[in-house]
Design a protein around this ligand. Sequence first.
Ligand code: NOJ
Length: 508
Amino acid sequence: MPKWLNDAVFYEIYPQSFYDSNGDGIGDINGIIQKLDYVKGLGCNAIWLNPVYDSPFMDAGYDVRDYYKVAPRYGTNEDLVRLFEAAHRKGMKILLDLVPGHTSDTHPWFQIAKRARETDLSNRYIFTKSVWDAPPEYRLMCGICERNGNYLVNYFSSQPALNYGFYEITHPEWQLPPDHPDCLRTAEAIRAVMRFWLDKGADGFRVDMADSLVKNDDEKIATAKIWRRVREMLDADYPEAAMVSEWCHPDRAITNAGFHMDFYLDHYGNGYNRLFRFGEWGDLAVFNPNGLGDLKGFAEEYLPAYNRTKDKGYISFMTNNHDMPRVTAYLDKQAIKLVNAFIFTMPGVPFLYYGDEIGMRYQADLISKEGGFSRTGSRTPMQWCAGKNLGFSESDHPYLPVDLSDDAPTVENQKDDPDSIYRVVTDLIALRHKYDDLHGNGELEFLYRDDQIPFAYRRGNLTMFFNPLGREATITTDCDGDVIYKIGDATIADGKVLMKPQSFLLVG
Ligand code: NOJ
Protein backbone atom coordinates (compact mmCIF):
# COMPACT_ATOMS: atom_id res chain seq x y z
CA MET A 1 0.00 0.00 0.00
CA PRO A 2 1.57 3.33 -1.02
CA LYS A 3 2.07 5.27 2.23
CA TRP A 4 1.41 8.64 0.62
CA LEU A 5 -2.28 7.80 0.22
CA ASN A 6 -2.93 8.15 3.93
CA ASP A 7 -2.47 11.92 3.73
CA ALA A 8 -3.51 12.38 0.09
CA VAL A 9 -6.05 14.97 -1.00
CA PHE A 10 -6.83 14.78 -4.72
CA TYR A 11 -7.83 17.47 -7.19
CA GLU A 12 -9.63 16.30 -10.32
CA ILE A 13 -8.68 18.18 -13.48
CA TYR A 14 -10.77 18.01 -16.63
CA PRO A 15 -7.91 19.04 -18.90
CA GLN A 16 -9.83 20.67 -21.72
CA SER A 17 -11.37 23.15 -19.26
CA PHE A 18 -8.60 23.96 -16.82
CA TYR A 19 -6.16 26.43 -18.32
CA ASP A 20 -5.39 27.18 -21.96
CA SER A 21 -1.72 28.19 -22.21
CA ASN A 22 -1.54 28.59 -26.01
CA GLY A 23 -4.73 30.48 -26.81
CA ASP A 24 -6.39 27.78 -28.94
CA GLY A 25 -9.47 27.70 -26.70
CA ILE A 26 -8.71 24.32 -25.14
CA GLY A 27 -6.98 23.66 -21.85
CA ASP A 28 -3.65 21.89 -22.14
CA ILE A 29 -0.89 20.17 -20.21
CA ASN A 30 1.37 23.21 -20.15
CA GLY A 31 -1.55 25.10 -18.65
CA ILE A 32 -1.79 22.53 -15.87
CA ILE A 33 1.96 22.84 -15.22
CA GLN A 34 1.51 26.59 -14.88
CA LYS A 35 -1.27 26.12 -12.34
CA LEU A 36 0.37 23.45 -10.17
CA ASP A 37 1.19 25.98 -7.48
CA TYR A 38 -2.46 26.96 -7.37
CA VAL A 39 -3.48 23.33 -6.82
CA LYS A 40 -0.79 22.87 -4.21
CA GLY A 41 -1.92 26.08 -2.51
CA LEU A 42 -5.34 24.49 -1.96
CA GLY A 43 -3.59 21.78 0.04
CA CYS A 44 -4.09 19.15 -2.66
CA ASN A 45 -1.05 16.93 -3.06
CA ALA A 46 -2.33 14.69 -5.84
CA ILE A 47 -4.17 15.12 -9.13
CA TRP A 48 -6.52 12.88 -11.09
CA LEU A 49 -6.33 13.90 -14.71
CA ASN A 50 -9.24 12.92 -16.95
CA PRO A 51 -8.14 11.17 -20.19
CA VAL A 52 -5.46 12.99 -22.15
CA TYR A 53 -4.94 10.31 -24.82
CA ASP A 54 -5.44 10.74 -28.54
CA SER A 55 -9.15 10.46 -29.26
CA PRO A 56 -11.91 11.63 -31.62
CA PHE A 57 -13.62 12.99 -28.45
CA MET A 58 -17.04 11.46 -28.94
CA ASP A 59 -17.03 10.95 -25.16
CA ALA A 60 -14.61 13.64 -24.02
CA GLY A 61 -11.62 11.30 -24.37
CA TYR A 62 -13.15 8.20 -22.77
CA ASP A 63 -13.05 6.93 -26.35
CA VAL A 64 -9.34 6.27 -26.71
CA ARG A 65 -7.78 6.03 -30.18
CA ASP A 66 -4.19 5.63 -29.01
CA TYR A 67 -3.34 4.76 -25.40
CA TYR A 68 0.29 5.59 -26.00
CA LYS A 69 -0.06 9.12 -27.32
CA VAL A 70 -1.18 12.38 -25.74
CA ALA A 71 -3.91 14.10 -27.79
CA PRO A 72 -2.19 16.87 -29.78
CA ARG A 73 -4.68 19.43 -28.48
CA TYR A 74 -3.27 18.85 -24.98
CA GLY A 75 0.40 18.72 -26.00
CA THR A 76 2.89 15.92 -26.42
CA ASN A 77 4.06 12.89 -24.46
CA GLU A 78 7.07 15.00 -23.48
CA ASP A 79 4.75 17.66 -22.03
CA LEU A 80 3.04 15.01 -19.93
CA VAL A 81 6.40 13.78 -18.66
CA ARG A 82 7.27 17.39 -17.80
CA LEU A 83 4.02 17.57 -15.84
CA PHE A 84 4.97 14.42 -13.89
CA GLU A 85 8.38 15.87 -13.15
CA ALA A 86 7.11 19.31 -12.17
CA ALA A 87 4.50 17.72 -9.87
CA HIS A 88 7.08 15.46 -8.25
CA ARG A 89 9.38 18.40 -7.59
CA LYS A 90 6.50 19.97 -5.66
CA GLY A 91 5.77 16.75 -3.75
CA MET A 92 2.62 16.04 -5.77
CA LYS A 93 1.38 12.90 -7.53
CA ILE A 94 -0.45 12.51 -10.84
CA LEU A 95 -2.94 9.74 -11.62
CA LEU A 96 -3.93 9.28 -15.25
CA ASP A 97 -7.34 8.00 -16.27
CA LEU A 98 -7.23 4.42 -17.52
CA VAL A 99 -10.06 3.34 -19.80
CA PRO A 100 -9.70 -0.44 -19.92
CA GLY A 101 -13.25 -1.47 -20.82
CA HIS A 102 -13.58 -0.04 -24.31
CA THR A 103 -11.78 1.98 -26.95
CA SER A 104 -12.93 4.36 -29.62
CA ASP A 105 -14.25 2.67 -32.76
CA THR A 106 -11.42 4.54 -34.50
CA HIS A 107 -8.76 2.65 -32.50
CA PRO A 108 -6.52 0.63 -34.88
CA TRP A 109 -7.37 -2.58 -32.97
CA PHE A 110 -11.02 -2.07 -33.80
CA GLN A 111 -10.31 -1.02 -37.37
CA ILE A 112 -8.65 -4.41 -37.86
CA ALA A 113 -11.14 -6.41 -35.77
CA LYS A 114 -14.16 -5.17 -37.74
CA ARG A 115 -12.78 -6.43 -41.05
CA ALA A 116 -14.01 -9.70 -42.54
CA ARG A 117 -10.54 -11.22 -42.66
CA GLU A 118 -9.61 -13.13 -39.52
CA THR A 119 -6.50 -11.86 -37.70
CA ASP A 120 -5.01 -12.20 -34.25
CA LEU A 121 -7.10 -9.15 -33.24
CA SER A 122 -10.45 -10.66 -34.28
CA ASN A 123 -11.22 -11.51 -30.64
CA ARG A 124 -10.00 -8.21 -29.17
CA TYR A 125 -13.65 -7.04 -29.19
CA ILE A 126 -16.89 -8.95 -28.78
CA PHE A 127 -18.63 -9.86 -32.04
CA THR A 128 -21.59 -12.18 -32.47
CA LYS A 129 -21.32 -15.00 -34.98
CA SER A 130 -23.38 -13.29 -37.70
CA VAL A 131 -25.34 -10.07 -38.21
CA TRP A 132 -28.56 -12.03 -37.80
CA ASP A 133 -27.47 -12.94 -34.32
CA ALA A 134 -28.48 -10.04 -32.05
CA PRO A 135 -29.68 -11.18 -28.61
CA PRO A 136 -31.63 -8.26 -27.11
CA GLU A 137 -30.00 -8.51 -23.68
CA TYR A 138 -26.78 -7.04 -25.11
CA ARG A 139 -26.05 -3.52 -26.43
CA LEU A 140 -25.06 -4.43 -29.96
CA MET A 141 -24.21 -2.38 -33.01
CA CYS A 142 -25.74 -4.17 -35.94
CA GLY A 143 -24.84 -4.46 -39.60
CA ILE A 144 -22.40 -1.59 -39.87
CA CYS A 145 -19.12 -3.26 -40.74
CA GLU A 146 -17.67 -5.63 -43.26
CA ARG A 147 -17.36 -8.44 -40.73
CA ASN A 148 -20.40 -10.68 -40.50
CA GLY A 149 -21.23 -10.02 -36.85
CA ASN A 150 -22.60 -7.44 -34.45
CA TYR A 151 -20.39 -5.93 -31.78
CA LEU A 152 -21.00 -5.08 -28.17
CA VAL A 153 -20.61 -1.51 -26.94
CA ASN A 154 -20.02 -0.46 -23.35
CA TYR A 155 -21.35 3.07 -23.33
CA PHE A 156 -21.93 5.19 -26.44
CA SER A 157 -22.14 3.59 -29.88
CA SER A 158 -18.58 4.67 -30.62
CA GLN A 159 -17.17 2.69 -27.65
CA PRO A 160 -16.87 -1.01 -28.53
CA ALA A 161 -16.25 -3.22 -25.49
CA LEU A 162 -12.87 -4.90 -25.24
CA ASN A 163 -13.06 -8.65 -24.88
CA TYR A 164 -12.16 -9.99 -21.44
CA GLY A 165 -14.53 -12.92 -21.88
CA PHE A 166 -17.83 -14.02 -20.32
CA TYR A 167 -18.10 -15.54 -16.85
CA GLU A 168 -21.43 -17.22 -17.57
CA ILE A 169 -21.48 -18.38 -21.15
CA THR A 170 -24.96 -18.14 -22.59
CA HIS A 171 -24.03 -18.06 -26.31
CA PRO A 172 -21.11 -20.46 -26.73
CA GLU A 173 -20.93 -19.78 -30.46
CA TRP A 174 -19.42 -16.31 -29.85
CA GLN A 175 -18.69 -15.84 -26.13
CA LEU A 176 -15.22 -16.78 -24.91
CA PRO A 177 -14.30 -17.75 -21.32
CA PRO A 178 -12.14 -15.23 -19.40
CA ASP A 179 -9.16 -17.58 -19.53
CA HIS A 180 -9.21 -17.85 -23.32
CA PRO A 181 -5.74 -16.82 -24.57
CA ASP A 182 -7.20 -13.94 -26.60
CA CYS A 183 -9.00 -12.56 -23.51
CA LEU A 184 -5.84 -12.90 -21.45
CA ARG A 185 -4.04 -10.96 -24.19
CA THR A 186 -6.53 -8.09 -23.85
CA ALA A 187 -5.65 -7.78 -20.15
CA GLU A 188 -1.98 -8.01 -21.03
CA ALA A 189 -2.38 -5.18 -23.55
CA ILE A 190 -3.89 -2.95 -20.85
CA ARG A 191 -1.14 -3.85 -18.39
CA ALA A 192 1.36 -2.83 -21.07
CA VAL A 193 -0.35 0.58 -21.31
CA MET A 194 -0.09 0.97 -17.54
CA ARG A 195 3.60 0.07 -17.56
CA PHE A 196 4.27 2.52 -20.37
CA TRP A 197 2.94 5.49 -18.38
CA LEU A 198 4.23 4.32 -14.99
CA ASP A 199 7.69 4.04 -16.53
CA LYS A 200 7.32 7.63 -17.72
CA GLY A 201 6.54 8.82 -14.21
CA ALA A 202 2.77 8.53 -13.73
CA ASP A 203 1.84 7.73 -10.12
CA GLY A 204 -1.07 5.47 -10.93
CA PHE A 205 -4.54 5.45 -12.43
CA ARG A 206 -8.15 6.26 -11.88
CA VAL A 207 -9.83 3.31 -13.54
CA ASP A 208 -12.92 3.95 -15.63
CA MET A 209 -15.81 1.48 -15.22
CA ALA A 210 -13.46 -0.89 -13.43
CA ASP A 211 -16.23 -3.41 -12.86
CA SER A 212 -17.18 -3.67 -16.52
CA LEU A 213 -14.50 -5.96 -17.91
CA VAL A 214 -15.79 -9.53 -17.89
CA LYS A 215 -19.38 -9.83 -19.09
CA ASN A 216 -22.12 -11.94 -17.46
CA ASP A 217 -20.05 -11.68 -14.29
CA ASP A 218 -22.74 -10.62 -11.81
CA GLU A 219 -20.63 -11.14 -8.72
CA LYS A 220 -17.62 -9.67 -10.55
CA ILE A 221 -15.51 -12.70 -9.70
CA ALA A 222 -13.60 -12.93 -12.99
CA THR A 223 -13.32 -9.14 -13.26
CA ALA A 224 -11.75 -8.97 -9.78
CA LYS A 225 -9.25 -11.63 -10.82
CA ILE A 226 -7.97 -9.41 -13.64
CA TRP A 227 -7.43 -6.51 -11.26
CA ARG A 228 -5.71 -8.68 -8.66
CA ARG A 229 -3.21 -9.60 -11.34
CA VAL A 230 -2.69 -5.87 -11.99
CA ARG A 231 -2.25 -5.25 -8.28
CA GLU A 232 0.41 -7.98 -8.15
CA MET A 233 2.22 -6.17 -10.96
CA LEU A 234 2.08 -2.89 -9.04
CA ASP A 235 3.16 -4.43 -5.75
CA ALA A 236 6.12 -6.09 -7.44
CA ASP A 237 7.29 -3.35 -9.80
CA TYR A 238 5.60 -0.07 -8.86
CA PRO A 239 4.89 -0.26 -5.11
CA GLU A 240 4.28 3.49 -4.83
CA ALA A 241 1.70 3.54 -7.63
CA ALA A 242 -1.98 3.78 -6.70
CA MET A 243 -5.26 2.83 -8.34
CA VAL A 244 -8.70 4.21 -7.63
CA SER A 245 -11.69 2.47 -9.12
CA GLU A 246 -14.92 3.73 -10.50
CA TRP A 247 -16.64 0.67 -9.06
CA CYS A 248 -18.54 2.05 -6.10
CA HIS A 249 -18.65 -1.24 -4.28
CA PRO A 250 -15.79 -1.15 -1.75
CA ASP A 251 -16.02 -4.83 -0.81
CA ARG A 252 -15.57 -5.92 -4.38
CA ALA A 253 -13.16 -3.20 -5.49
CA ILE A 254 -10.86 -3.11 -2.46
CA THR A 255 -11.21 -6.54 -0.86
CA ASN A 256 -11.67 -8.71 -3.93
CA ALA A 257 -10.03 -6.77 -6.74
CA GLY A 258 -7.14 -5.14 -4.85
CA PHE A 259 -7.83 -1.49 -5.62
CA HIS A 260 -6.22 0.94 -3.18
CA MET A 261 -9.26 3.23 -3.28
CA ASP A 262 -12.85 3.07 -4.50
CA PHE A 263 -15.13 5.99 -5.25
CA TYR A 264 -18.28 6.29 -3.21
CA LEU A 265 -20.97 6.98 -5.78
CA ASP A 266 -24.45 5.67 -6.34
CA HIS A 267 -23.84 2.94 -8.89
CA TYR A 268 -24.89 0.29 -6.43
CA GLY A 269 -27.25 2.53 -4.47
CA ASN A 270 -24.77 3.20 -1.71
CA GLY A 271 -25.98 6.59 -0.69
CA TYR A 272 -23.91 9.39 -2.24
CA ASN A 273 -27.03 11.07 -3.60
CA ARG A 274 -28.94 10.73 -0.39
CA LEU A 275 -26.15 12.65 1.31
CA PHE A 276 -25.48 15.54 -1.00
CA ARG A 277 -28.00 15.56 -3.81
CA PHE A 278 -31.71 16.08 -3.90
CA GLY A 279 -32.46 14.08 -7.04
CA GLU A 280 -34.57 11.05 -6.34
CA TRP A 281 -34.00 11.52 -2.60
CA GLY A 282 -35.81 14.85 -2.54
CA ASP A 283 -36.07 16.26 0.94
CA LEU A 284 -34.32 13.23 2.36
CA ALA A 285 -30.84 14.35 1.32
CA VAL A 286 -28.87 14.71 4.56
CA PHE A 287 -27.47 18.14 3.75
CA ASN A 288 -30.78 19.57 2.52
CA PRO A 289 -31.54 22.39 4.97
CA ASN A 290 -35.27 22.10 4.40
CA GLY A 291 -35.11 18.43 4.79
CA LEU A 292 -36.16 15.43 6.63
CA GLY A 293 -32.67 14.10 6.28
CA ASP A 294 -32.08 10.44 6.83
CA LEU A 295 -28.56 9.63 7.94
CA LYS A 296 -29.45 6.07 8.77
CA GLY A 297 -29.90 5.13 5.12
CA PHE A 298 -26.38 6.27 4.37
CA ALA A 299 -24.79 4.92 7.53
CA GLU A 300 -26.30 1.47 7.09
CA GLU A 301 -24.72 1.22 3.67
CA TYR A 302 -21.43 2.93 4.39
CA LEU A 303 -20.38 1.81 7.87
CA PRO A 304 -20.33 -1.95 7.21
CA ALA A 305 -18.44 -1.39 3.94
CA TYR A 306 -16.02 0.93 5.73
CA ASN A 307 -15.42 -1.55 8.54
CA ARG A 308 -14.80 -4.40 6.14
CA THR A 309 -12.35 -2.48 3.94
CA LYS A 310 -10.62 0.01 6.23
CA ASP A 311 -7.53 -2.10 6.79
CA LYS A 312 -7.09 -2.81 3.10
CA GLY A 313 -7.83 0.44 1.30
CA TYR A 314 -9.71 3.71 1.23
CA ILE A 315 -13.21 4.78 0.33
CA SER A 316 -13.11 8.05 -1.61
CA PHE A 317 -15.70 10.77 -1.22
CA MET A 318 -15.75 13.49 -3.84
CA THR A 319 -17.17 16.98 -3.98
CA ASN A 320 -18.37 16.10 -7.47
CA ASN A 321 -16.92 14.76 -10.70
CA HIS A 322 -17.25 15.40 -14.43
CA ASP A 323 -20.34 13.15 -14.67
CA MET A 324 -22.71 14.72 -12.16
CA PRO A 325 -24.28 18.15 -11.82
CA ARG A 326 -22.18 20.33 -9.56
CA VAL A 327 -23.54 20.45 -6.05
CA THR A 328 -24.42 24.13 -6.61
CA ALA A 329 -27.39 22.78 -8.58
CA TYR A 330 -28.86 21.40 -5.36
CA LEU A 331 -27.53 23.14 -2.29
CA ASP A 332 -27.03 26.68 -1.02
CA LYS A 333 -23.62 28.06 -0.09
CA GLN A 334 -23.86 27.25 3.60
CA ALA A 335 -24.92 23.67 2.87
CA ILE A 336 -22.00 23.31 0.46
CA LYS A 337 -19.62 24.41 3.19
CA LEU A 338 -21.00 21.67 5.43
CA VAL A 339 -20.69 19.12 2.62
CA ASN A 340 -17.01 20.04 2.37
CA ALA A 341 -16.63 19.68 6.14
CA PHE A 342 -18.00 16.17 5.82
CA ILE A 343 -15.89 15.17 2.81
CA PHE A 344 -12.63 16.47 4.26
CA THR A 345 -13.08 15.05 7.77
CA MET A 346 -14.24 11.53 6.87
CA PRO A 347 -11.79 8.62 6.54
CA GLY A 348 -10.54 7.58 3.11
CA VAL A 349 -8.99 9.69 0.39
CA PRO A 350 -11.03 12.76 -0.59
CA PHE A 351 -11.32 14.23 -4.10
CA LEU A 352 -12.02 17.88 -4.93
CA TYR A 353 -13.43 18.55 -8.42
CA TYR A 354 -11.86 21.57 -10.11
CA GLY A 355 -13.92 24.71 -9.56
CA ASP A 356 -15.87 23.29 -6.62
CA GLU A 357 -13.51 25.16 -4.31
CA ILE A 358 -14.89 28.44 -5.62
CA GLY A 359 -18.49 27.25 -5.87
CA MET A 360 -18.65 27.16 -9.67
CA ARG A 361 -22.23 26.82 -10.84
CA TYR A 362 -23.72 24.00 -12.83
CA GLN A 363 -24.55 25.51 -16.26
CA ALA A 364 -27.79 23.67 -16.95
CA ASP A 365 -28.68 24.99 -20.40
CA LEU A 366 -25.59 24.33 -22.48
CA ILE A 367 -25.71 22.36 -25.69
CA SER A 368 -23.90 19.07 -25.33
CA LYS A 369 -20.18 19.08 -26.05
CA GLU A 370 -18.17 15.96 -26.89
CA GLY A 371 -20.72 13.55 -25.50
CA GLY A 372 -21.32 15.53 -22.34
CA PHE A 373 -25.12 15.96 -22.59
CA SER A 374 -26.40 16.74 -19.07
CA ARG A 375 -22.79 16.53 -17.87
CA THR A 376 -21.69 19.46 -20.03
CA GLY A 377 -22.81 21.98 -17.42
CA SER A 378 -20.22 20.63 -14.97
CA ARG A 379 -17.40 20.75 -17.51
CA THR A 380 -17.17 24.49 -18.20
CA PRO A 381 -13.83 26.31 -18.01
CA MET A 382 -12.20 27.04 -14.69
CA GLN A 383 -12.87 30.62 -13.60
CA TRP A 384 -9.61 32.26 -12.62
CA CYS A 385 -10.11 36.04 -12.63
CA ALA A 386 -12.02 38.94 -14.18
CA GLY A 387 -11.54 39.50 -17.90
CA LYS A 388 -11.79 37.54 -21.11
CA ASN A 389 -13.13 34.01 -20.54
CA LEU A 390 -12.56 34.66 -16.83
CA GLY A 391 -8.86 34.03 -17.34
CA PHE A 392 -9.26 30.57 -18.86
CA SER A 393 -8.21 31.37 -22.43
CA GLU A 394 -7.32 34.22 -24.77
CA SER A 395 -9.32 32.58 -27.54
CA ASP A 396 -12.55 33.96 -28.98
CA HIS A 397 -13.78 30.36 -29.12
CA PRO A 398 -13.29 28.72 -25.73
CA TYR A 399 -14.02 25.00 -25.35
CA LEU A 400 -17.23 25.92 -23.53
CA PRO A 401 -18.51 29.31 -22.39
CA VAL A 402 -17.63 30.39 -18.88
CA ASP A 403 -20.31 31.47 -16.41
CA LEU A 404 -21.53 34.79 -17.85
CA SER A 405 -23.27 36.06 -14.72
CA ASP A 406 -22.02 39.32 -13.20
CA ASP A 407 -21.34 37.57 -9.94
CA ALA A 408 -19.58 34.53 -11.39
CA PRO A 409 -17.18 33.19 -8.76
CA THR A 410 -13.50 33.28 -9.68
CA VAL A 411 -10.36 32.34 -7.82
CA GLU A 412 -9.52 36.04 -7.72
CA ASN A 413 -12.77 37.15 -6.11
CA GLN A 414 -13.10 34.16 -3.74
CA LYS A 415 -9.70 33.55 -2.30
CA ASP A 416 -9.54 36.54 0.06
CA ASP A 417 -13.22 36.48 0.94
CA PRO A 418 -13.52 35.16 4.52
CA ASP A 419 -17.08 34.01 3.77
CA SER A 420 -16.17 31.96 0.70
CA ILE A 421 -16.37 28.25 0.04
CA TYR A 422 -12.70 28.58 -0.96
CA ARG A 423 -11.82 29.61 2.59
CA VAL A 424 -13.66 26.66 4.12
CA VAL A 425 -12.18 24.16 1.66
CA THR A 426 -8.60 25.33 2.18
CA ASP A 427 -9.03 25.54 5.97
CA LEU A 428 -10.42 22.02 6.14
CA ILE A 429 -7.74 20.53 3.92
CA ALA A 430 -5.08 22.19 6.08
CA LEU A 431 -6.68 20.69 9.22
CA ARG A 432 -6.81 17.28 7.57
CA HIS A 433 -3.06 17.40 6.95
CA LYS A 434 -2.36 18.74 10.44
CA TYR A 435 -4.23 16.15 12.52
CA ASP A 436 -3.31 12.49 12.18
CA ASP A 437 -6.80 11.62 13.38
CA LEU A 438 -8.19 13.14 10.19
CA HIS A 439 -5.96 11.13 7.87
CA GLY A 440 -7.26 8.45 5.55
CA ASN A 441 -6.91 5.53 7.93
CA GLY A 442 -7.86 7.25 11.19
CA GLU A 443 -10.65 5.72 13.26
CA LEU A 444 -14.32 6.56 12.84
CA GLU A 445 -17.23 6.19 15.21
CA PHE A 446 -20.66 7.48 14.30
CA LEU A 447 -22.45 9.01 17.28
CA TYR A 448 -25.84 9.38 15.67
CA ARG A 449 -28.87 7.83 17.23
CA ASP A 450 -31.29 6.08 14.93
CA ASP A 451 -31.77 8.32 11.96
CA GLN A 452 -31.34 11.60 13.80
CA ILE A 453 -29.99 14.73 12.28
CA PRO A 454 -28.05 16.71 13.55
CA PHE A 455 -25.35 14.10 13.85
CA ALA A 456 -21.78 13.70 15.00
CA TYR A 457 -18.85 11.40 14.54
CA ARG A 458 -15.63 10.90 16.41
CA ARG A 459 -12.22 10.26 14.93
CA GLY A 460 -9.59 9.60 17.60
CA ASN A 461 -9.47 12.70 19.81
CA LEU A 462 -11.57 14.81 17.46
CA THR A 463 -15.34 15.07 17.26
CA MET A 464 -17.25 16.59 14.35
CA PHE A 465 -20.77 17.92 14.96
CA PHE A 466 -23.09 18.74 12.04
CA ASN A 467 -26.40 20.53 11.96
CA PRO A 468 -27.30 20.64 8.26
CA LEU A 469 -30.89 21.66 8.97
CA GLY A 470 -32.39 25.12 8.69
CA ARG A 471 -33.37 25.18 12.37
CA GLU A 472 -31.48 25.30 15.65
CA ALA A 473 -30.62 22.08 17.41
CA THR A 474 -28.87 20.78 20.51
CA ILE A 475 -26.70 17.70 20.79
CA THR A 476 -25.87 16.15 24.14
CA THR A 477 -22.26 14.99 24.29
CA ASP A 478 -19.60 13.63 26.62
CA CYS A 479 -16.99 15.47 24.61
CA ASP A 480 -15.34 18.39 26.42
CA GLY A 481 -12.50 19.50 24.15
CA ASP A 482 -11.74 22.88 22.64
CA VAL A 483 -13.29 24.24 19.49
CA ILE A 484 -10.79 23.79 16.67
CA TYR A 485 -12.96 24.94 13.78
CA LYS A 486 -16.49 26.01 13.12
CA ILE A 487 -18.79 26.88 10.25
CA GLY A 488 -21.80 29.01 11.05
CA ASP A 489 -22.62 29.48 14.69
CA ALA A 490 -22.24 26.71 17.25
CA THR A 491 -20.97 26.46 20.84
CA ILE A 492 -20.10 23.66 23.21
CA ALA A 493 -20.48 23.88 27.01
CA ASP A 494 -21.52 21.60 29.88
CA GLY A 495 -22.13 18.53 27.78
CA LYS A 496 -24.27 20.33 25.25
CA VAL A 497 -23.56 21.52 21.72
CA LEU A 498 -25.85 24.35 20.72
CA MET A 499 -26.03 24.50 16.97
CA LYS A 500 -27.54 27.34 14.98
CA PRO A 501 -29.05 26.43 11.58
CA GLN A 502 -26.55 24.94 9.12
CA SER A 503 -23.52 24.80 11.36
CA PHE A 504 -20.49 22.62 11.99
CA LEU A 505 -18.17 22.29 14.94
CA LEU A 506 -14.86 20.45 15.15
CA VAL A 507 -13.84 19.83 18.73
CA GLY A 508 -10.69 18.20 20.06
C1 NOJ B 1 -17.29 6.90 -16.72
C2 NOJ B 1 -16.68 8.21 -17.02
O1 NOJ B 1 -16.50 8.94 -15.83
C3 NOJ B 1 -17.59 8.90 -18.01
O2 NOJ B 1 -17.26 10.25 -18.19
C4 NOJ B 1 -17.53 8.12 -19.30
O3 NOJ B 1 -18.44 8.70 -20.23
C5 NOJ B 1 -17.92 6.67 -19.08
N1 NOJ B 1 -17.31 6.11 -17.92
C6 NOJ B 1 -17.58 5.82 -20.28
O4 NOJ B 1 -16.19 5.64 -20.37
